[in-house]
Design a binder for this molecule. Structure first.
Ligand code: ATP
Length: 623
């Protein structure tokens, strides 16, 4: 968490008999803070207090020393109010010109021309409107101008009341990207209100929930998303399945530690013995929504869940598989230590870091997920736009192509085979897809199902030097299958569970000297098997190595294991005996930080590439 910007104490705003804002104590840190809550809850009122647009009837809003000091050398706070606060007589260009001239920030701190008036006009698609006054602008254009003006001011903190409201959804991601990049470069903070959960999850380091004029909760978006204290808090960050204690035995196969399960944590599986049956299913974009009836109680409830591979007909018997149940239950005892960097732990000595975004896909800035290096050092990246991107050894984009299908979901893992083909774990299409280096589709392996050569969600693939392919899958049939290089099934091992040799989301695979290492993500461990699938040992886990949601594995030049820890926002280097050799990064948005790192690759000379998914960027490290 960053330094403190504001501290609010015993605040009452509005009539004492019925204050519209009543806050006992609230500390607002630097970084990016989102204020969320239902309409009329008091979000604008809180922001108004911070910018001193309103004063409380009682209590103190105290700007921190840092904010006060900064305010002496430049504009402390840039304000984007809900009505945009534009100046009726000034043209669009003059709105930016006036404030950039007025900015008192020393020139050495200025971004080299990044916030020049012309660039801002172009970036926010306002160039063609530069001579217009606000009265002739659309609401979306006014919203863009208000944000652009705040950036031109270069304040220490931007305060924005629902930025980009009225802006068409296709362009919003692009503008957020500009804002995010500007904050990252300048080190400025942002506090903003919004009604959009995806924006909170993608942008914010800290979240304040306002309900009925009070701070109902504040903390990390990750915590609010997975462990909300109650149902109404859960709903602030999007669809949530809420199972109270009495409801769990009726609906869930095993008791879950927390009552909240997000759509991606639930998979529907056909099961003729289940008392639950489908009434109707809708595809609502990222997830599906089903009305499900309990055969004994006749109660019907809505379940938000992962997209199903097949279409369930009305009357189909299903059971709910909980994908992240153990992750959540492990989190409770481990929260105090798991994922926290221990000052005694060795750090990875990183010599240099390079950060870059993937090329845009229309207005969208895609996030990287899986990645792998070819033996000669080309980097292949899979992203959430459904693309495969090939970067050469100096990091130039050589080629990109699309997966044959990507409506239902995007791929998560890749490997370059001995014969040069690129094998992609085409997760939501229940198969491995093969391409040549030109991006031409060469074939697929597998189909939906639970038998040999069939898959639920393929997530990782690797090949041993003798040509055998190993494919890992999750989705209730968590296991690893072994195939010949021509795709004939050889054997399978593992199943869903927490015992040795079982998995919950085995999402990373590497081999080294006759041993297969598996990142068993939800079980917070790395397991070792021989190449016929015999369980050998748990190499490292939450207790022995502090592993926190290890999503992917890569092998270093010396055979050590590099782990992307999705939950801890860091990478770890671990010996094959399980000793932590070094760590780098922690959860966050800045340099040296990661947000839900999903994939990792290491090339032959030790270059590390990390899919810093939550920050929508690739990070390359030399150590
Ligand atoms: N100047 C005012 N005087 C009296 N009441 C006000 C004033 N401004 C807002 N309110 C009331 O205070 C409450 C909080 O308003 P506020 O604008 O802070 O909510 P909000 O969370 O920002 O809502 P929305 O999401 O709809 O913008 C509302 O009930 C509103 O009607």
């Amino acid at each position: 968490m960053g330094i403190e910007l504001w501290n609010l104490e015993n605040i009452q705003l509005g009539h004492p008999s019925c204050p519209r804002l009543a806050i006992g104590q609230l500390s607002i840190p630097s970084g990016v803070t989102a204020v969320i809550g239902p309409s009329g809850a008091g979000k604008t009122s809180l922001l108004n207090l911070l910018v001193e647009f309103e004063s409380p009837e009682r209590g103190v809003v105290r700007a921190s020393d840092s904010l006060q000091q900064e305010s002496k050398r430049r504009l402390g706070v840039g304000w984007v109010p809900a009505d945009f606060g534009l100046w009726p007589l000034l043209s669009v260009r003059d709105h930016l010109q006036v404030v950039s001239q007025g900015s008192s920030q020393p020139s050495t701190d200025r971004e080299p021309s990044a916030e020049t008036v012309d660039e801002l006009l172009t970036t926010f698609d306002l160039s063609h409107l530069s001579d217009r006054t606000p009265d002739s602008l659309s609401m979306g254009e006014r919203a863009r101008l208000a944000v652009a003006r705040s950036l031109a001011m270069q304040p220490f903190v931007h305060v924005m009341d629902e930025p980009f409201t009225h802006v068409d959804p296709e362009r919003v991601d692009l503008y957020w990207r500009v804002l995010r990049e500007t904050l990252r470069r300048s080190g400025c903070s942002l506090i903003f209100s919004t009604h959009f959960p995806s924006v909170v999850l993608r942008e914010a380091d800290f979240v304040i929930c306002i309900q009925d004029g009070q701070v109902a909760w504040s903390g990390s978006p990750h915590e609010l998303y997975y462990r909300p204290e109650n149902k109404s808090l859960a709903n602030l960050l999007g669809p949530a399945n809420w199972f109270g204690n009495d409801e769990q035995p009726l609906w869930l196969p095993v008791e879950n530690e927390t009552p909240c399960l997000r759509p991606e944590q639930i998979v529907l599986q056909e099961d003729e013995t289940s008392p639950l049956s489908i009434e109707k299913t809708w595809n609502v974009g990222q997830h599906h929504q089903s009305e499900i009836q309990h055969g004994e109680t006749r109660e019907t409830r809505t379940i938000y869940h992962q997209p199903s591979s097949g279409t369930f007909k009305s009357g189909t018997r299903v059971r709910l598989s909980v994908v992240l149940a153990l992750f959540l239950s492990l989190l409770v005892p481990l929260l105090s230590g798991c994922g926290q960097s221990d000052a005694q732990e060795p750090q990875l000595a990183i010599e240099s870091a390079k950060i870059y975004s993937l090329p845009n896909e229309g207005p969208m800035l895609p996030a990287p997920r899986g990645m792998t290096f070819s033996p000669r050092g080309d980097l292949f990246v899979l992203d959430d736009a459904g693309r495969v991107l090939m970067f050469d050894q100096v990091g130039d984009l050589v080629r990109k192509w699309w997966m044959p299908e990507y409506d239902v979901g995007k791929p998560e893992g890749a490997w370059v085979l001995l014969d040069g083909r690129i094998a992609v774990a085409d997760t939501h299409y229940n198969r491995i897809t093969f391409f040549n280096v030109e991006g031409e589709l060469l074939g697929t392996l597998g189909e939906f199902g639970r038998g040999p050569g069939q898959f639920i969600y393929t997530v990782a693939v690797t090949q041993t030097p003798d040509g055998f392919l190993y494919v890992a899958e999750y989705g209730g049939n968590d296991r690893i299958q072994k195939f010949t290089h021509t795709g004939e099934f050889v054997t399978e091992f593992g199943e869903v569970g927490t015992e040795n040799g079982q998995f919950q989301r085995p999402s990373g695979l590497v081999w080294h000297e006759g041993t297969l290492y598996v990142a068993d993500a939800i079980n917070n461990r790395i397991q070792a098997f021989d190449l016929d699938g015999k369980f050998l040992r748990v190499v490292a886990d939450a207790q022995t190595a502090g592993l926190y949601y290890p999503y992917d594995l890569a092998k270093g030049p010396d055979g050590s294991l590099f782990v992307a820890e999705y939950g801890a926002g860091r990478i770890s280097r671990i010996s094959t005996e399980g000793k932590v050799l070094g760590r780098y990064g922690h959860e966050g948005r800045g340099e040296g930080q990661f947000w839900t790192p999903w994939g990792i690759a290491v090339n032959h000379d030790g270059k590390i590439a990390v899919a810093d998914t939550g920050n929508r960027r690739v990070v390359e490290l030399l150590y």
